[in-house]
Design a protein around this ligand. Sequence first.
Ligand code: DGL
Length: 281
Amino acid sequence: MKGSSEINCGPIGVFDSGYGGLTILRELRRQLPQYDYLYLGDNARAPYGTRSFDIVYEFTLQAVRTLFSRGCQLVILACNTASAKALRTIQQRDLPLIDPTRRVLGVIRPTAEAIGKISANGHVGVLGTQGTVNSRSYDMEIGKLYPDFTVNSESAPMWVPLVENNEADGPGADYFVDKYVGKLLASDPDMDTIILACTHYPLLYPKIRSRVPENMTVLRQGEIVAESLDDYLRRHPEMERRCTRGGSCEYLTTENPDKFTDLARLFLDTDVNVSHIDLNS
Ligand code: DGL
């Protein structure tokens, strides 16, 4: 990639289709505040959840290349849909050609690893976008690690628009939380853990929590992804040294920066320093 070889350290890149990855970023910054971060939200082309495999891959690769060109040595795909549909191809096919020393990590594998310690009886439910659920990525990753586990999934296509339109606390959200959680619970009466396998869903956590049995675990991914990154950096000091330290965080959006700033408050409770970027150029 032009210009990439002379840059060998930079912020940790965090990519999402839109705002949802901010729930992951917040936890990364809480647990690993020493690093610099560069967040990229492809808000102009979100949601990814209903898009085809090829398009999600193409958009995600553009985002990864952009974060690399801004100096990121390590990029986290903080988006389940991108992790499900693009991560493997990028890791196996693109990275060796772009720069074999850089890394792209996703959110599905760390969640699947953690679930073994969280579910007591191995009956797991997954709530995600259509793209994530149809890819069966969670079934496969959990199945590889814990072949005895039972995994049932339900897509919740209305949840992302509800969150993006600031309706997560409204009565419309009650209806759609009942609908999708009800369907998931009905699929396995022994379910003891539900994974919120979409970065937007933590904003609906109070409503989801109130509709499931008290002893059921409802898992948000931020903490798990941050712990997994911490572990990764400890095991890979050569990459850790390439992540700059300073505690800064900058934001890029493919949409209007003012709109991003407004909506980002829902996810972060703070103002952000955001610039516009065009991923097609
Ligand atoms: N951030 C995406 C995910 O975690 C969901 C939003 C979208 O559909 O673009 O799957």
